[in-house]
Write a protein that binds this ligand. Sequence first.
Ligand code: BT5
Length: 264
Amino acid sequence: MRPPLDSKLLAEELALTPDLTLELLPESASTNQVAAERAREGAPDGLLVVADHQTAGRGRLDRTWETPAGAAVTFSLLLRPTVPATSWPWLPLLTGHTVAKALTSFGYEARVKWPNDVLIDGLKVAGILVERIETDSGPAAVVGVGINVSTTADELPVPTATSLVVAHPDLTPTREGVLLGTVAAVREGYDAWQVGGAEAAARLASSYVSHCATVGQDVRVDLPGGTSLSGRAVDVDSDGRLVVETPSGVEKVGAGDVVHVVPE
Ligand code: BT5
């Protein structure tokens, strides 16, 4: 049995960050679901819902996120963005980018697969699900992040997954350290983007593109309805769409329109 998260340590560390409020749950079906409920009840920006064990984690398109008890970091950060609606598609990309940055600061070579999977050695170590929730006080964003920390190779749910311990057994960050470091990176990246206007948006876009594993790759993009397009991913445009050069011309795909992006 793995130890539970150190609630005292988390409370103490987060008390130093006045723009975050911790709700630590020993067990939860989905932190995104809890954060969405809190948003509808009027919870303010900065609520951080953490599950020590998440039992029915959600992915995109009704997919699931599976993590054994005590092995992962699973949290949702409630934000109330004031950026124009056209900038919202950047929020999941920003999250993946800043999670990768946090993991890099711990010593891992983490990269983002467009739009927001975080990879180490080409395998998925973290998944992100950003949901827009309509509330009485305006739209809220629930930024959900799951990171495989001490999950062993046998416990990984799919062959395309990895964990921090599998990727680099010599580095042994704690779940508390990964959680605090990641949340701080997301919050900091978000705050800079949220208040920084066009200049911050351009800086984020160029930093994202230079750290994105997908740009420069030959890919097949699977679209809803069973169709797909193949070509070279060459850029991410100002709306966060992946720009793909196909034999029949340039196509731009938004994250919401994509089922899978597969390297070819
Ligand atoms: C995601 O979806 O990757 C988003 C995952 C978000 C999870 C967080 S945890 C906290 C918060 N609360 C929630 O309920 N969710 C968020 P998607 O891109 O659809 O990828 C899902 C796919 O990843 C699955 O179909 C599996 O193939 C794979 N997968 C499932 N569990 C995984 C894991 N632990 N590690 C790596 N891959 C996994």
